[in-house]
Design a binder for this molecule. Sequence first.
Ligand SMILES: NC(=O)c1ccc[n+]([C@@H]2O[C@H](COP(=O)([O-])OP(=O)(O)OC[C@H]3O[C@@H](n4cnc5c(N)ncnc54)[C@H](OP(=O)(O)O)[C@@H]3O)[C@@H](O)[C@H]2O)c1
Length: 250
Amino acid sequence: MKQLEGKVAWVTGAGSGIGEAAAIALAGEGAAVVLTGRSRDKLESVAGRIGAAATVEAGDLTQSDQVQAIAGRIVKKFGRLDILVANAGTNIQHRAWAHLTAAGADELIAGNLNSVFYCITAVLPAMRAQQDGVLILTASMAGRFVSGLSGPGYVAAKHGVVALSHSLNMEECVNGIRCTAVLPGEVATPMLDKRPVPASAEERARMAQPADLGDLIRYIACLPKRVVMNEVMMCPTWNRGYVAALKTKL
Ligand SMILES: NC(=O)c1ccc[n+]([C@@H]2O[C@H](COP(=O)([O-])OP(=O)(O)OC[C@H]3O[C@@H](n4cnc5c(N)ncnc54)[C@H](OP(=O)(O)O)[C@@H]3O)[C@@H](O)[C@H]2O)c1
């Protein structure tokens, strides 16, 4: 029997990149998957590849009323909500302090931190009622180390996501609820197109791939209820930050 049969997983940012790969991996393990993002077309395309196990729930996660409504529809349709993969996130091109505006800061905090708060608060009542639930939050290596490449707004928001994850385990452990902060290094996804200097095709081929993260998320979702993987970092072996540091030493 597949390990997630009978389980319901809500994956945000499921129209591309890591979220798409996570949805495919969780469905492959038997879960019913609910796919959220803003672009319905992208979600329908992923759902088409998954088949009957996928349900599309398009919405903007920076709008708390939309998030609440989606969670409500999931619980109404399935009668449960077992796994949240709060993965949607964003960055902006003009991210360095030299260019950052208040509007840019708002966009980064809304799209990377508030949205995660909204998803968590929307799923906790169902998970508490079940006395069981897995939350997997896609943070970033930039959520643990301050990085110029990612920019201050993104770095601050992702540090916040890591903090949310640990605080959830501190409070909700008594309710059978466990949360993992996933901290990827560079992953070859469409998000990299927003970089001020986009990586080349050769560089992207050496990065972690979406399926690597999808498989990690599937693994975390399948862990027995008695354990929690509090935080996990997955980076390319050819870590461009490390390689650059080696070059300056030589
Ligand atoms: N790629 C990397 O190197 C890397 C490294 C560390 C962490 N991460 C994190 O990994 C996560 C997934 O990113 P990715 O790399 O897979 O990039 P991606 O392909 O751009 O995926 C991000 C997804 O989030 C959705 N999204 C963004 N804002 C949204 C909103 N307000 N409401 C609903 N959906 C929204 C996007 O779909 P729509 O535009 O259709 O809404 C998109 O499908 C993000 O949290 C990112 O910060 C990525």
